[in-house]
Design a protein around this ligand. Structure first.
Ligand SMILES: Cc1cc2nc3c(=O)[nH]c(=O)nc-3n(C[C@H](O)[C@H](O)[C@H](O)COP(=O)(O)OP(=O)(O)OC[C@H]3O[C@@H](n4cnc5c(N)ncnc54)[C@H](O)[C@@H]3O)c2cc1C
Length: 381
């Protein structure tokens, strides 16, 4: 039997008031997506990476229908992310183009057509930006592109790269001889590409580690372009869309823990294991419920601002990523003790959610750097 707990408890009750532009079709798509997700999770096997990639491929035909204009689609995708996060933060890449969005928006028509098909069939794209000197300073990257006939040669090393083994290609950020940052699409199995996995403490669903690039051939048409800009602008535009999704997914994970704690407390009182739920526990349940909902409202708004090309989108995306992930992380810290030591078992989903959310404090933008740039934007306007 398939169920839709995240949709039924967290999205459907307030959808009409919070997101009046969502049509019955959008809501049906979200519910169908969650039903498909629970089904796929119960039937896929293998290593976590193989399993999540298989879920992504199974869900590809269930992707929400792209109707109602870009802002409505962005909202639906953020809500789809929330649903995935409710089940497991590692499902963050199971719907939508993910980092493949950069290819869909900035590639030549031929490459875009190829990747529209591949992403639609469930292929995954990774991003390789971070280097040893620090991911918060993109402009200082040392990976280089050298001209080579009708294309380029690429050399350098990227670290802490997620989806390392599962991605079919990476968008790699590198500097050309003029010092401009470029974004190059590089196949994961290309000659000169080597992957060295590391063991993460959380977010173990996808492989993670170093991507070494040794004199890799990059055809000219595999360099992404954007009018009036370069790779740095592509990076910024992409993360203005991606960060609200990260926030929505993180909040979904916190909502999953909230639902679990709530049903555990229910069961304990129903069986008289607990004579009554203490006020402090009730307060934590109430406060985190409000915080998760408020965070989700902000994440969906940020996603819509990006889709509407709002000049405020980039700033919203940065602050919403920080707010959403920190809210989710704190909520899980506060909720976990309410179920007692059972939530501390290594195989407990609550303990896993806690460690997984820890990874998002770094991935997709470290928080002090993001907030600092929000502050700078505020003073410059
Ligand atoms: C789970 C996970 C998944 C990830 N996935 C990817 C991925 O797919 N692709 C990818 O490219 N990267 C990925 N990353 C890397 C991530 O983007 C970086 O961790 C992040 O950008 C921060 O970079 P850093 O860790 O190198 O920290 P740093 O940039 O070194 O920052 C560390 C601290 O130093 C501070 N700092 C920076 N400059 C200064 C200064 N001048 N003085 C004092 N303090 C300073 C920062 O603000 C921060 O507090 C991932 C990381 C994790 C944990």
């Amino acid at each position: 039997m398939t169920t839709t707990p995240a949709f039924t408890a967290w999205i459907e009750p307030q959808a009409a008031a919070a997101w009046p532009f969502l049509t019955p079709q959008h809501l049906e798509d979200l519910s169908r997506l969650e039903a498909g997700l629970t089904q796929a999770l119960s039937t896929t096997h293998g290593t976590p990476g193989e399993r999540f990639l298989a879920v992504r491929r199974e869900l590809a035909p269930l992707a929400p229908v792209r109707t109602g204009g870009p802002a409505a689609v962005a909202a639906v995708m953020a809500l789809a992310g929330f649903i995935c996060g409710w089940h497991d933060l590692n499902l963050r890449d199971t719907v939508g183009p993910g980092h493949g969005r950069m290819i869909l928006h900035h590639a030549t028509p031929a490459l875009r057509a190829t990747w529209t098909k591949r992403l639609g069939a469930g292929d995954l794209v990774g991003i390789a930006a971070t280097e040893r000197h620090g991911g918060s300073r993109l402009t200082e990257i040392t990976t280089r592109l050298f001209p080579d006939g009708n294309g380029w040669r690429l050399s350098g090393e990227k670290c802490w790269v997620s989806r390392l083994q599962e991605a079919a290609s990476f968008v790699v950020f590198a500097k050309d001889p003029t010092g401009r940052i470029q974004a190059a699409v590089v196949p994961a199995d290309g000659e000169g590409v080597t992957r060295h996995p590391e063991t993460p403490s959380g977010l173990g669903g996808w492989a993670w580690g170093t991507l070494a690039l040794n004199d890799v051939h990059v055809p000219a048409e595999h360099i992404l372009t954007t009018p009036g800009g370069d790779g740095e602008r592509i990076f910024r535009q992409h993360f203005a869309a991606f960060r609200p999704l990260v926030a929505a997914i993180a909040l979904g994970t916190a909502a999953g823990v909230h639902s679990q704690v709530r049903s555990t407390l229910h069961a304990r009182t129903a069986t008289r294991l607990l004579p009554r739920v203490r006020d402090t526990a009730l307060v934590t349940l109430g406060r985190t419920q409000g915080e998760i909902h408020a965070g989700l409202l902000a994440a969906v708004t940020a996603a819509r601002l990006t889709a509407q090309h709002s000049p405020h989108a980039d700033m919203w995306a940065r602050s919403v990523k920080v707010h959403g992930v920190e809210t989710a992380h704190r909520a899980v810290q506060d909720l976990a003790p309410l179920v007692g030591a059972s939530g501390f078992r290594a195989d407990s989903p609550i303990s896993k959610a806690r460690t997984d959310l820890g990874g998002l404090l770094y991935a997709d933008g470290i928080h002090d750097a993001l907030l600092r740039s929000v502050g700078r934007t505020l003073l410059n306007t």
